[in-house]
Design a protein around this ligand. Structure first.
Ligand code: MG
Length: 274
């Protein structure tokens, strides 16, 4: 009797296992697409593997590394400066930097190149190339800058065999933190920055969250969520002053004919956004 019972149990178990592994109508092995009987994740409204949690929207990545994904705002795709204007001493004028074959170049004296759109928290991709004609040293060699919110500078500088202060070389958080490494390519070659930037937050005149960035230079990590002490400043410690939740992105006119290409940006979203 006991033997029969064990046999029956074994048969039942085998049948169950077979049923679980049985292919569905599609011919594919079945697997749950979510659960309702799992615990709630601490601090979230969702359960573990929640069947009702919104699935992320599909984005088509760029065909080649560095190419803009389908949901990026292309700020420069190689042809025109329609997304930009120049700002010099507070005066705005049509974008006057020089367009080349797939790139544009700083036209010294015309002012910073500033986006017409404003941004807060972003992912930014930008490529730059230092001038091949070397006429100066240190900070006067291939100097420009990526000025997030027109204030928080990730330095652009020729740092190929060019001695300068550590917190002013390429990919530094200018005047505050040197990059973790020097990953510069020689003048004339293209450098790539990938930056994740979080805007500061203010309550009245008080900073309640400092600006921070994660920066990759040619794929090498330079800053990991590093906080700005204050806005970019030269020879003094930069401080914060309240500004909008979104502000334009600017490229610095430091007088040197630095080139830029392939610039795109994505506003950062929180999880579970439709
Ligand atoms: Mg600069």
């Amino acid at each position: 009797m006991k033997k029969l019972f064990v046999l029956a149990l074994a048969v039942a178990l085998t049948a169950l296992l077979l049923a679980q592994n049985k292919a569905g109508e599609s011919g594919l092995k079945k697997s749950p697409v979510g659960y309702r009987d799992t615990p709630v994740l601490p601090g979230q409204k969702w359960k573990v593997h929640d069947i009702d949690r919104p699935r992320p929207r599909q984005v088509t990545p760029g065909a080649t590394p560095g190419a803009p994904p389908s949901d990026a705002i292309v700020l420069f795709g190689g042809k025109d400066l329609s997304q930009w204007e120049n700002v010099r001493k507070g005066e705005t004028s049509p974008a006057a930097w020089t367009i080349g074959n797939g790139y544009f170049e700083v036209k010294g004296g015309t002012g910073d190149l500033v986006t017409k759109q404003k941004f807060g928290d972003v992912q930014l991709h930008i490529e730059w190339s230092a001038p091949t004609k070397i006429t100066a040293e240190s900070q006067l060699r291939g100097n420009s800058g990526v000025l997030l919110m027109q204030r928080y500078e990730v330095q652009v500088l020729d740092c190929w065999n060019n001695l300068t202060y550590a917190d002013g070389q390429a990919a530094s958080i200018y005047g505050q933190y040197p990059p973790l490494k020097n990953a510069c390519r020689p003048p004339g070659e293209w450098n790539v920055y990938d930056i994740v930037f979080e805007a500061p937050k203010f309550e009245g005149s008080k900073v309640v969250k400092q600006a921070n960035a994660t920066v990759f230079h040619n794929g090498v990590l330079m800053h990991n969520r590093k906080e700005w002490i204050g806005r970019m400043a030269h020879r003094v410690v930069g401080t914060y002053a309240p500004h909008g939740a979104e502000e334009p992105l600017a490229l610095q006119d430091h007088g040197d004919p630095v080139r830029f290409r392939n610039i795109w940006i994505r506003r950062l979203q929180d999880y579970d956004q439709p």
